[in-house]
Ligand binder design. Structure first.
Ligand code: NAP
Length: 210
């Protein structure tokens, strides 16, 4: 699969590394493809392309910009043509508070900004350390995804599974209203000296799922 990563920063490069290792072609959708910082992006078949070109060539897109850059980044992407758009952002504003919640979410805002995409909330509830390695001994960190389109969610679930997560769909896109506060909780714990960033959410079960 050709996966465009919109925002080649910490999250973008980490997901790009893992998805390239899983055999995907990574198209880094960047503002300055020829800039030195984009000269050695991870992945054997990876390329840095202008945002619009990367999105046009991709089968799926992962949004990994800062929240305050998401609207501009999506506007520069052009038409998504119904492609899955996996939203890994968290709508964190000044004072480190969520700017959306209860009756709306960042993911739903992303869907409004990119109406031609099929938006799925994914990869937002954990840190880059877990995106690089979601295995804790025999256990897997969980990756919860939310989206209205079953096929787009299946893409997110497949990519999360390939990275090593236990991937679970929790419902439609409005469930991002739960996943974004969950990310804020992860960040709160990760910033505590008692825990640090090498922590992950997982599901404990008394019996294997049916
Ligand atoms: N860090 C984590 O552990 C973590 C975990 C889960 C979710 N998240 C979320 O993931 C997002 C990214 O976090 P990060 O830590 O990866 O941030 P980051 O390292 O600052 O990377 C953000 C990237 O977005 C790019 N960008 C900004 N505006 C753009 C535009 N208009 N078009 C294309 N690219 C643009 C920047 O490119 P330039 O170099 O050109 O400025 C930069 O490479 C945030 O929303 C964050 O809340 C982060």
């Amino acid at each position: 699969m050709k996966v465009a990563i919109l925002g080649a920063g910490n999250v973008g490069r980490t997901l790009g590394t893992g998805l390239a290792a899983a055999g995907h072609e990574i198209l880094y959708a960047v503002r300055e493809p020829d800039a030195p910082k984009n000269a050695a992006l991870p992945g054997p078949h990876s390329r840095a392309l202008p945002v619009r070109d990367a999105v046009a060539a991709a089968d799926a897109v992962v949004l990994t910009t800062p929240w305050n850059a998401a609207e501009a980044a999506l506007a520069s992407a052009g038409d998504f043509g119904g492609k899955p758009l996996l939203d890994a952002t968290n709508p964190i504003g000044p004072g480190f508070v969520l700017t959306h919640g209860h009756t709306d979410s960042g993911a739903e805002q992303v869907q409004r900004w990119a109406p031609s995409a099929k938006v799925v909330k994914a990869f937002n509830t954990t840190g880059v350390e877990n995106m690089a390695d979601p295995r804790y001994g025999d256990a897997k960190a969980v990756m919860l995804v939310a989206g209205d389109d079953a096929d787009a969610c299946a893409v997110a679930l497949r990519l999360a599974d390939e990275l090593g997560f236990e991937a679970i769909r929790v419902g439609g896109l409005a469930r991002a209203r739960m996943l974004e506060p969950m990310a804020a909780l992860w960040i709160t714990l990760a910033m505590s000296p008692a825990h640090g960033r090498n922590i992950a959410f997982g599901l404990l079960r008394r019996a294997a799922p049916a």
